[in-house]
Design a protein around this ligand. Sequence first.
Ligand code: NAD
Length: 329
Amino acid sequence: DKLGIALVGLGGYASGQLAPALLETKHCYLSGIVTGTPAKEKIWADKYSIPKKNIYNYDTFDKISSNPDIDIIYIVLPVALHKEFTIRAAKAGKHVICEKPMAVSVADCQEMISACKQADKLLSIGYRLHFEPYNQEMMRLGQQKVYGALKEIDCANGYTWGNNTTAWRLKKNLAGGGGLMDMGVYAIQGARYVTGEEPVFVTAREEKKRPELFKEVDETIYFTLEFPSGCIAQGISSYNMNINHLKVKAAKGDFELSEAYRYGGMAGKTPAGQMNFPQINQQAAQMDDFALCVKNGKPTRVPGEMGLKDMKVVEAIYRSIASGKKEPV
Ligand code: NAD
């Protein structure tokens, strides 16, 4: 039987990706919702056959503890709210999936991990690409050194921000940071999972083309990550460029994803030719894997500790921008 998932925060990602994916999952289903917008309750209840007793708002949220229909709570809120709701979910005795970036600081990540440990609940981060075949192939080629030692990585993720001037992503107190935390985490992840290493030094600089829009958060950041093996990653995060790739130069040949981090339409090549893997529903694969981890009492491959490691890199990048120098992670 399927485990029940409750989505917390019914915005773009929850409604556009996660809820539809939960119609395809084999080991879990959408059993509940938590929303601060009463008007969404009936729409979601009708669309996904959610009984009234499984609908909560942010005030009634903690009562979820006594609801056996809900095994897993999935936090899909603005970043600054991840910590509070992850901790409340753990205290309610539920397993947690929290969206990326995990939180606004390393310290918050640590508190979230501790809370879930204390409650003896699993915590995972919404890193869907660990379940995606093209990215899994990049992990294999890099970590197993199929084309020899890794020399250089070029990882970039960004899109051009439109005319929205009021979004939470522009506000430091809700987003924690800008393009780096929203888009850049994918590039940092890419460099980390291709090498299988943690970067030791970071150098970064910031660029703003629309400072009137990006008053509080970063627009574009160029960063360099130095790995213990000597591999260097050149990264870009941006709200001002449509970029989406993960390219690797190795001793015996290059391999890359030219479409690396999207929900679909992945594309890549190696010295052996074009990659050709199935395009899958990444969110369904990610949630099914977590449901199986919960059922079987197994660790998740995308735990809170992974989100924490990315935040350490993010904080080092911000430190380097502030100091103008190379910073240790
Ligand atoms: P969104 O703005 O579309 O949705 C956010 C939701 O939070 C809205 O329903 C909003 O009403 C609610 N909310 C509650 N309290 C709020 C407050 N104080 N201020 C503003 N909104 C509040 O955002 P989204 O794109 O769905 O992003 C939500 C989370 O999901 C973020 O952490 C984001 O990084 C993550 N995300 C992940 C992916 C992925 O591919 N893994 C993709 C998109 C978003």
